[in-house]
Design a protein around this ligand. Structure first.
Ligand code: UTP
Length: 290
């Protein structure tokens, strides 16, 4: 079994980032010189996946346009002899095969994934949240795919979070396996009330799922926040077959949150080959003077 397809849900409302996201999808906010969603698409490409399925909604067409060929812009850039820029733009539209499905109402992440069922069919697939960025040596998606090659079962990427923050995440409780930083999932709960779990293992926006998840989502009722929660369906999936959790190597940024976004800009800026050195010097100066 090979994972060939990746679902990237981008149909959320982005209320945490208002007013910036009133007319612009949060996935189109820029980190250094490209929208956040481009980093995620590049991670998918670097991991060897063949196709991306965007789950979109009203007002998100800028995302589809960003990965499309822009005939007019291409012609203008050629006319002005800006061929390198033109090539870069065309490269974006040639990165990977992309299709879109539409989530008509923002009924929750579980519902967004369910919307892609007909395009996925009966095969395991990857999910990457459109606002979760991971800066790592080996792409985070590739790290999960390597584990999938060994276990052939569903996988969630996890990171340790401070106990006082567990109520902001889906939390798993698991049993350590022989493989480094890998756990067999025993229990999971979406945004547990403080004091109701001993685990600090939080699910972040990277998953590999077996197609049975769609049967489960067919009948998953709204949970936390009145939304159809992926975590509830994942818990049901653990009762049918094994599921693993992997602490990935890298740093994750929630770019859908204002502070997470600022941290991402700094981290990606510092890593940028042309701008990093200058930014580092500038940050030192700013910290010393402000
Ligand atoms: P978030 O929890 O970040 O929700 O969704 P949101 O609506 O995008 O943003 P806030 O919380 O209002 O600021 C996690 C991921 O699930 C997608 C989002 O696009 C994001 O990638 N999602 C969420 C959907 O595609 N559809 C939904 O109904 C809900």
């Amino acid at each position: 079994m090979k994972v060939r397809k990746a679902v990237i849900p981008v149909a959320g409302l982005g209320t945490r980032f208002l007013p910036a996201t009133k007319a612009i999808p949060k996935e189109m906010l820029t980190i250094v010189d490209r929208p956040t969603i481009q980093y995620i698409v590049e991670e998918v490409v670097a991991s060897g996946i063949d196709q991306i399925i965007f789950v979109t909604s009203e007002g998100k067409s800028a995302i589809e346009n960003h990965f499309d060929y822009n005939f007019h812009l291409d012609a203008v850039l050629k006319e002005k002899n800006k061929t390198i820029l033109g090539e870069e733009l065309n490269n974006i539209s040639n990165l990977i095969d992309i299709v879109s499905v539409r989530q008509k109402k923002p009924l929750g992440l579980g519902h967004a994934i369910w919307t892609a069922r007909n395009v996925i069919g009966d095969e395991p697939f990857m999910v990457l949240l459109g606002d979760d960025m991971v800066l790592s040596k080996v792409p985070c998606a590739k790290q999960l795919l390597d584990l999938f090659d060994e276990v052939g079962e569903s996988i969630v990427a996890i990171q340790r979070v401070p106990m006082e923050e567990t109520s902001q995440y889906g939390i798993i409780e698991g049993e350590k396996t022989d493989r480094e930083k890998t756990y067999k999932v025993k229990r999971m709960v979406e945004k547990p009330a403080p004091g109701t779990t001993d685990s600090d293992m939080a699910i972040i926006g990277r998953y590999i799922l077996m197609p049975e998840i769609f049967d489960i989502l067919d009948t998953t009722t709204p949970g936390h926040g009145g939304e159809i929660q992926l975590t509830d369906a994942l818990l049901a999936l653990t009762r049918r077959r094994a599921m693993y959790a992997q602490e990935f190597e890298g740093t994750r940024f929630d770019a859908g949150d204002k502070m997470g976004y600022l941290k991402a800009i700094i981290a990606y800026g510092l890593r940028h080959p042309a701008l990093g050195k200058q930014l580092r010097a500038h940050l030192k100066e700013v910290v010393a003077t402000l």
